[in-house]
Design a protein around this ligand. Structure first.
Ligand code: SF4
Length: 456
């Protein structure tokens, strides 16, 4: 569902500030139209194979999770909702008892659950519950067999990719300190951010060919295999939405390797090269190791480029992937960026990406959906990347859309997925092309006319 308006930020407060003199940022603080952080459960439960995500929420939260994950049918799903009905403060003891009972039933029936996340939501009766205390209580009851953690996926506090950030941040205190856990005291590379297993394996092969064998991923596939973290850890972010996780890793002494994100042939090469440099790998070796996969990716992208080159694209703020994706589409596929919106702009983590954006691009941070819709109509883009809530009305108005949620659910990182990523943008344009009435020749003309309120 759409996240509610952020309390205290209601109304339009739109001003510009600057990332650099050439990149003004429009800051929006109005109503936003994005999924809440519960959505992250859909990819996190697939990644961490012995974890369970128990949403403590309302029927609405249960519906959101069911429909977001609706395509996946499991005999034993690894997520569920404990529905807390409306109750007053006097009923809180009952709510805690009920939560303990639900968790007890679940863990007795599913002894293979090694990590349980209690995921908070925004209904007022859930906000009254102290889930971190509940997690401590339940950990004392069920540990060490099952460790219990809590984080918030509430729409008041999180947009949808922030659910992963909150989950990983809640887990960091559990990571062994360097020298105590897996990996010992040697300097190790930690890749941070949930990646499909197949992408992890591709990266592991490339790192190994460069002589980097001590590489761990967080989150891990197996929650009992947590990487140790300390001053000898260098970490590479695989996702641009992990601000709090990165902050907590740095507080442990780990150091971030500054890099663009591994989208497209160019981004992936630079991401791997940054890791290579941090570990003293010969740059020529890095280039040689990457060359075959990079060449394959570039050939595959060249085949798709004619469909995207010169097409105008508008990003509504949704996933925090917008800036790296916009960079990829502009530089490797020749798309024209009209506006690139992002829910939050982390200038430090995105410094390399911002430096690669074209000078004239309009960046916006935060949401004010009505104003953004007005600007979108004015920009007359060929393709709009937005959340599900906006896609249907925009399609109805003749505007071609791409659901941003698909970009998070699909394997899109690395060389081998570069063309699949480009395809995600080419496909809606092809679909629109097929819908063009006989006698019309351009895909964008009817859309642009419709959104500008002019006769086609
Ligand atoms: S957490 Fe809040 S925004 Fe998310 S589904 Fe539940 S009620 Fe809706």
């Amino acid at each position: 569902m759409n996240a509610p308006m952020t309390p205290g930020l209601a109304g339009a407060d739109c001003r510009t500030n600057a990332t650099s003199p050439s990149l003004p940022v429009l800051r929006e603080r109005g109503q936003r139209e994005v999924f809440c952080g519960l959505t992250g459960i859909v990819w996190l439960h697939r990644k961490i194979q012995d974890a369970f995500f128990l949403v403590v929420g309302s029927r609405t939260c249960a519906h959101l999770i069911q429909s977001a994950a609706g395509v996946m049918i499991f005999a034993e799903p690894r997520f569920g909702t404990a529905i807390i009905d409306e109750r007053d403060l006097a009923g809180l003891a009952d709510a805690n008892d009920e939560l303990d009972r639900v968790v007890g039933q679940l863990l007795e029936r599913r002894p293979n659950i090694r990590t349980l996340f209690l995921v908070g939501s925004c209904p007022s009766e859930v906000i009254k519950l102290d889930l971190s205390r509940a997690a401590q209580r339940l950990s004392a009851r069920w540990g060490p067999r099952t460790r219990v953690f809590s984080y918030s996926g509430s729409g008041i506090e999180t947009t949808f990719t922030q659910g992963e950030d909150a989950c990983l941040a809640a887990w960091i205190p559990e990571l062994p300190v360097t020298g105590q856990g897996v990996g010992g005291a040697a300097t190790r590379l930690l890749v941070v951010g949930s990646l499909p297993d197949i992408v992890e394996e591709q990266f592991l092969r490339l790192f190994a060919a460069m002589g980097l064998d001590d590489v761990a991923f967080f989150p891990p596939r197996n929650s009992m295999n947590l990487p140790s973290v300390g001053p000898n850890t260098r970490f590479l972010l695989a996702q641009p939405f992990l601000a709090e996780t990165a902050r907590l890793l740095e507080a442990r002494g780990a150091r971030r390797i500054a890099a663009p994100f591994p989208f497209g042939a160019e981004g992936t090469s630079a991401w791997l090269a940054a890791a290579a440099e941090a570990f003293g790998v010969d740059p020529d070796l890095c280039t040689r190791v990457c060359a075959p996969a990079r060449a394959r990716a570039e050939r595959a992208l060249a085949a798709i480029r004619p469909e995207l080159e010169g097409r105008r694209i508008f990003f509504f703020p949704d996933s925090q992937l917008e800036i790296p994706l916009a960079r990829f589409l502009a530089r490797e596929l020749g798309m024209v960026l009209t506006e690139v919106g992002t829910p939050y702009l982390h200038r430090q983590h995105l410094a390399e990406e911002l430096a690669w954006l074209p000078d004239a691009v309009q960046l916006s941070e935060g949401g004010d959906v009505e104003r953004q819709l007005d600007r979108c109509r004015q920009a007359r883009p060929d393709l709009v990347v937005c959340g599900l809530g906006l896609a249907n009305p925009l399609e109805d108005a003749g505007i071609t859309t791409k659901w941003s949620i698909e970009l998070v659910f699909s394997p899109v990182h690395g060389f081998e997925q570069a063309a699949d990523l480009a395809e995600l943008f080419a496909r809606p344009l092809r679909r629109r092309q097929r819908l063009v009435l006989p006698g019309t020749t351009a895909v964008s003309t009817p859309s642009a006319a419709a959104i500008a309120g002019q006769p086609a």
